[in-house]
Structure formats: C-alpha cells, structure tokens
Ligand binder design. Structure first.
Ligand code: UGA
Length: 434
C-alpha cells in the first residue's frame, strides 16, 4: 500500500512518520516548499520529543519521503490521509478551506481505487460533504471512498500516544475501506473502534469537549477551595480515586490553551447552535476558561491595586510543557493585560522564546534563563509547569528578586516548602503563603 499524508503540521507529520515506523511506505506532502526542503534534510518544523530521530531513521531506511509536488503525492497513492489545518473562523466555526482544497487536488490526480482518510478535526457532516465533492470532481475511472479517522494525540507526547493510545476510531460507511484502514493500523497494537462516519466525527469533538469540561470543573472547585480553606491537590486526588471519575485532567491551573480545546469547544457550540441547540454546559466551560486564563493577573491586581511600573517576570510561555506551541496560551492572555497596565515584563521559556518573539516583539524583555528573568523583579508569574521551572528552588527567588511575590498558575511547588522562605506564594486552590 502506498500512503500519502497531506499536511505536515503536528498531526500529519507525526502520523506520517509513525506509519513509516510500522513499516509502510509514506509520502508526506505539503504545499509549503521551504518547509518540505527542511524536512527533506531530516529537520522537523515542529518541536516534538523524539520526532526528528524517528523521521531521520525512516528516511534513511527508505520508507519516508517528502514532496511539494501534488502529482507525485496523489498520482500513485492507495491511501491518502488529509491532516491539514482547520483554523477557527471569526464566529468560532471551523474553516474547512484547506480540507476542501486537498479534496479537489485528490480528485484531479487520482485515477484508480483510493481511500481518503480524514484526520483533520472537522464538524460532523464534513466527511460526507467531502465524499460528495470528490465524486463530483473525480475522474470517471477513479473509485474514491472517504473514511473518518480522528486523532487523539497530545502535543509533547504525540509519538508516545501513537504507539500507546487508548483507541483508534475508524468511521466508515464502506466496510471494505474500514477493514483496509484497520489493517494498516494493526501494528500499533491499539484497540480499534468501528463506527459510522458521523459518530467518528462526533467522538473527536465530544472527547475534547469532555476533557475541557473536566478542566473547567476542577478550576471552579479550586476557586471555591480557596474561599473555604480547602486544598485542591487533596480534593482532586480524593475525587480522582473514584474510578467513575478517574485521576486524569483534574489538575487545576490557569485554564486550557493550545490549538485544540479552545478551537474545538467553540466549534461544537457553533455546530449545535446551527442546529438550533444551545449547548449551555460547554458555553459555561468556555466562559470559565476565559476567566481562569486571567486569574493570576486578577490576583495580582487585587494584591497590588495598580501594576503600573511593576517589574514582572513570566516563567513559561507555551500552553503546556514539552512543546514550543504558544497558541491560545494563558501566558499571552495575561501578558497582554500586564502590558496594557504598563508593567515591565521579562519572559523566559525553555523552548518557546522564538515563537513568543513573533507575537510579543519588543514589548517585553527576553531572558536567557529563569535565573536571569527573576533578577531584580518584584513579581514572578508561573504560566507553564516545565520540569526546569518546577526544579527552581525558592532560595533562587529570594536571592534574585526584591521581596518576592510568586503567582504560580500551575501549582509547581509545595506550599509547606514556601513557608520556610521570606516570600509571598500564591497558587491555585490552595491557601496563600504570605
Ligand atoms: C488535546 C487532547 O488531549 C488530545 O487527545 C487531542 O488529540 C488534541 O487535544 C487535539 O485535539 O489535537 P493537547 O491540546 O496537545 O491535546 O494538550 P493536553 O495535554 O490535552 O492539554 C491541553 C490544555 O489543558 C493545556 O493547556 C493543559 O495545561 C491543560 N490541562 C490539561 C489542565 O489545565 N489540566 C489538566 O489536568 C490537563
């Protein structure tokens, strides 16, 4: 089987590399020529632990190729994965332009039997629409079936997830195509769930919406814990031991960010709304998250009144550790507020500095280490729980800062440890140390 993956963002590239790793011949196609040149040299355009090594290994072994040539990508392919972006439109709905362009290009070049697998997160009904579109435009001799195969990878552990995921969902209305895609995935050794196309599309949105709901729920509980004098770490552990609830996604913090939860929750609200259904619960989840992303800023305002002229360090910029992705990161949301209040902001992130520069420009100072970022500051905000940041001792804050006040948005430290130092430590859902 010749496999082509179109779109080499994090989903497409990881999928292509891992399909090669389990023995398939894979061509990764992207419209972006410079990006393709980079990948041909074995350099991944995204930061994802383990990806470069796996990419180079499979290129050397002759199973993985990159091209910006549409005909080469689609002409001979038996299976074509569409993994292009579905960015958010102004009204919150998903922009399907790239998926549709890929479908049209496939229709132009395919001349035989082929299965088109849609990996991109698309609103329910899109696979059917793409199937119709391909049928209208394809060559007479081409026989093309569309299959939905949503992805559940987490950025930062995407390679691990490809080999250790909980399930693979294959949504198809054509049983033969479903079997072919199941066979391709068999070497991953992950349970396969077969559904119809619309259910597969819905599983993706429902899974992300549910996880986002868990996060907003625990964040609300954390905010109440602060008021009643309870400790959110103990509360989350206590409820998570109930197997009906489970221990995952109960880490309180400054909300969810990234390219998936914010976009997918809004898209599902929009999708329901288009069908005259108001998704009240998910709207509340989004509202809570918007509030939570500003929580550290709100707490700082409460403590200091004005933040004008305050010297502030922000540690961690990416939306979570082990990625350089800063899309919809809480850090950016509150940094913009700090800047609007005329605070003097210095930032540090182990990996995401270049991406941050593209957005924040010269409005902030960029430090080359956490210690440098803390030097002479009055306030430290912690936005991402990188191991490097979790390992910083309180003594460093005391040594580098002036009367340190730490706002920890990810509960990186033990509050009992904070009590031993002359500092103010304010975290999420736990008593403040002053
Ligand atoms: C998420 C899902 O976890 C994946 O299953 C899905 O495939 C992916 O979206 C997608 O749709 O492509 P990802 O956005 O990479 O993956 O990151 P997560 O690890 O899920 O974290 C998302 C956000 O939630 C982060 O900002 C993280 O800090 C936050 N979070 C997560 C919490 O605040 N608390 C938690 O307990 C867990």
């Amino acid at each position: 089987m010749k496999i082509t993956v179109t779109g080499t963002g994090y989903v497409g590239l990881v999928t292509g590399v891992c399909l090669a790793e389990i023995g398939h011949d894979v061509i990764c196609y992207d419209i972006d020529e410079p990006k393709v040149q980079m990948m041909k040299q074995g350099i991944s355009p995204i930061y994802e632990p383990g990806l470069d090594e796996l990419m180079r290994k499979n290129m050397e072994q002759g199973r993985l190729f990159f091209t910006a040539d549409e005909e080469m990508a689609y002409g001979q392919a038996d299976i074509i994965y569409i993994a292009v972006g579905t960015p958010e439109k102004e009204d919150g709905s998903a922009d399907l332009t790239y998926v549709e362009e890929a479908a049209l290009a496939i229709s132009r070049y395919v001349r035989k039997r082929a299965i088109v697998v849609i990996k991109s997160t698309v609103p329910v009904g899109t696979n059917d629409r793409i199937q119709r579109m391909i049928h209208e435009h394809k060559a007479a001799e081409a026989d093309i079936t569309v299959v939905s195969n949503p992805e559940f990878l987490r950025e930062g552990s995407a390679i691990y997830d490809m080999f250790h995921g909980d399930r693979i969902v294959i949504g198809a209305n054509d049983p033969e195509a479903a079997t072919v895609i199941a066979d391709i995935n068999k070497p991953f050794g992950i349970p396969i769930i077969h559904t119809d196309i619309r259910s597969a599309e819905m599983i993706k949105y429902a899974a992300n919406a549910f996880l986002a709901t868990k996060i907003s729920f625990i964040n609300e509980i954390a905010n109440i814990c602060e008021k009643v004098g309870a400790n959110i770490d103990d509360v989350a552990y206590g409820i998570g031991q109930d197997h009906r609830i489970g221990p995952h996604f109960l880490k309180a913090g400054i909300g969810y960010g990234g390219s998936c939860f914010p976009k997918d929750t809004k898209a599902l609200v929009q999708l329901a709304g288009n069908l005259q259904y108001q998704f009240d619960l998910l709207e509340a989840v989004i509202h809570v998250n918007n509030k939570q992303q500003l929580l550290l800023y709100t707490k700082a305002k409460e403590l200091f009144g004005s933040l004008a002229g305050k010297k502030v360090a922000v540690l961690g910029l990416s939306f979570k550790p082990n990625t350089d992705d800063i899309r919809e990161a809480a850090s950016l949301v509150f940094i913009h507020r700090l800047l609007a209040d005329q605070a003097q902001v210095t930032v540090y992130d182990p990996i995401a500095m270049e991406k941050a520069k593209a957005i924040l420009g010269d409005q902030v100072v960029y430090a080359s280490s956490a210690a440098e970022a803390l030097c002479g500051q009055e306030i430290a905000f912690i936005a991402t729980e990188w191991e490097e940041i979790k390992a910083l001792p309180f003594s460093l804050y005391v040594e580098k800062m002036k009367d340190p006040v730490i706002f920890d948005g990810r509960n990186c430290y033990d509050i009992k440890e904070a009590e031993r130092f002359p500092l103010t430590y304010i975290s999420i859902g736990r008593r403040p140390i002053v």
